[in-house]
Design a protein around this ligand. Structure first.
Ligand code: CTP
Length: 439
């Protein structure tokens, strides 16, 4: 029996794929199809798959051409599969000509002519792109511009800035000093304006029927938050918090591992985020420490311990103008504690530590954009290090979730409504000077 194997992503299965599978099958008696896992695709920079692994597998199964399906999960797996499964022929399309010659050592390698004029990329692009407008003048906007280039299904078409400036990211984009002008040209907005403007920017966009991705906090007022969500729900619009860290694979995995009991019962979460006052953003008025860093620092606390803390105490150092340079918040939960230390105008080690009864998780500075963390135990031999590729500091995956939420009309945000609301409510209390001590 001649065994043939072929690999691919098979996103939005098209006739190019089917022709490849038919010819692969005809090369032998038994066809094995390797389908890339979502994680493996992510790690090789392919983040735009429209379909999940389960859907892609189902589509290949439906062709009736595959006798067996394997999941391709890591670089180098092909050699392993070929040896383990007793493969006689490895085949792929001619777009890979020469790339797999190294497999000749293990089996015969056949490149089949690629079908002209069709690809998954092209099928995905047929769907109309979401036109995105960006609001706000920050250095961060440039990063969003760059990251959006990697995301299928979205294009940046407009920018609104209160600072009357012609930005330099891309000349083909429409710049305006009138927010309403920009709203007329877009389907969705990414709001990066100063937090005090968020609520008016979000509200206008939702009322104009536009989807919103807004830098956290969505508003500084708890009551307004519920109103904005009501408008979004009524108009069937997506309203998502933007905290890029939530979308970094390392952070996401860290949360899952901690919750699965790897370090025992979680007793404490301690997060520090600091910067010098002017290093975040040179164009706008300098932001306070909690506005700059609060949502980042509260994210692991609320994702790991929930939002039902029983007590909160805040110590802060304010400038004469009323800007907080340094703020420390302690949260007391029934069975655990947490503390966040944020500064915009002071420096400390920007690390994240999660203390558990069996061990602890350590994320080195700057933990909010990390590709790495460690689980450490008293017996150091049990320590484990985890690395995950970080693309675009998480912004890229955040945009993918936003696009998928809009396309599927369902909330695929990595930040739950409870966490999002609690961040707003802490900021609200801080601004109203509840439970605050000055240092
Ligand atoms: N293939 C082909 N003809 C096409 C497209 C793909 O023969 N027009 C083959 C590829 O060479 C590969 C297999 O089908 O052997 C799976 O390809 P995959 O990368 O999943 O599909 P693409 O359409 O090339 O995807 P993308 O546009 O995302 O690169």
């Amino acid at each position: 029996m001649v065994k043939v194997i072929t690999y691919g992503t098979y996103d939005v299965l098209h006739y190019g794929h089917i022709r490849l599978l038919e010819r692969a099958k005809a090369l032998g008696d038994y066809l094995i199809v390797g389908i890339t896992s979502d994680d493996y695709d992510k790690s090789r920079g392919k983040i735009n798959n429209q379909q999940s692994l389960a859907e892609r597998i189902q589509n290949v199964k439906n062709t009736g051409l595959a006798d067996e399906i394997v999941i391709e999960e890591y670089e180098g797996q092909k050699i392993d599969d070929i040896k383990r499964l007793g493969i006689d022929i490895f085949t792929v399309g001619s777009d890979w000509e020469g790339k797999f010659d190294y497999l000749n050592e293990y089996c015969k390698v056949v490149y089949l002519p690629r079908t002209e004029g069709i690809s998954s990329t092209e099928v995905r692009a047929r769907n109309r792109k979401i036109r995105l407008g960006i609001v706000g003048k920050t250095g961060y906007r440039k990063k969003v511009f760059n990251e959006a280039k990697y995301v299928n299904g979205i294009e940046i078409v407009g920018v609104f800035s209160r600072y009357n400036e012609k930005a330099s990211e891309d000349d083909s984009v429409f710049y305006t000093g009138q927010y309403e002008d920009m709203l007329d040209h877009v389907d969705a907005v990414y709001i990066l304006s100063e937090p005090k403007y968020h609520q008016v920017d979000v509200k206008k966009a939702l009322e104009a029927g536009k989807h919103v991705l807004c830098e956290s906090p969505i508003t500084l007022d708890e009551k307004v938050y519920s109103e904005l969500h009501r408008i979004a729900a009524k108009n069937h619009l997506v309203l998502m918090d933007a905290i890029k860290t939530a979308y970094s694979t390392a952070f996401e995995r860290l949360v899952l591992l901690a919750k699965s009991g790897k370090i025992g019962e979680i007793l404490s979460v301690d997060a520090t985020c600091t910067s010098q006052a002017d290093s975040i953003n040179q164009d706008e008025p300098v932001r306070g420490s909690l506005t700059t860093w609060g949502p980042f620092a509260m994210l692991p606390v609320f994702q790991l311990l929930g939002t039902d803390f029983s007590d909160i105490s805040i110590a802060t150092k304010m400038t004469a103008e009323g800007r907080d340079v340094f703020t420390k918040i302690d949260f007391l939960y029934p069975h655990s504690v947490a503390s966040i230390k944020v500064a915009s105008g002071a420096k400390s080690e920007g690390e994240l530590i999660v203390t558990g009864t069996l061990g602890y998780i350590y994320v080195p500075a700057p933990w909010w954009k990390t590709d790495y963390f460690e689980i450490r135990y008293e017996d150091q031999e049990k320590n484990k290090r985890f690395f995950y590729q970080l693309d675009g500091e998480g912004i890229r995956n955040e945009l993918v979730s936003f696009v998928k939420s809009i396309e599927g009309r369902k909330d695929l945000s990595y930040i739950s409504p409870e966490v999002s609301l609690k961040i707003v409510s802490v900021m609200d209390a801080f601004n109203k000077k509840k439970n605050i001590r000055s240092i």
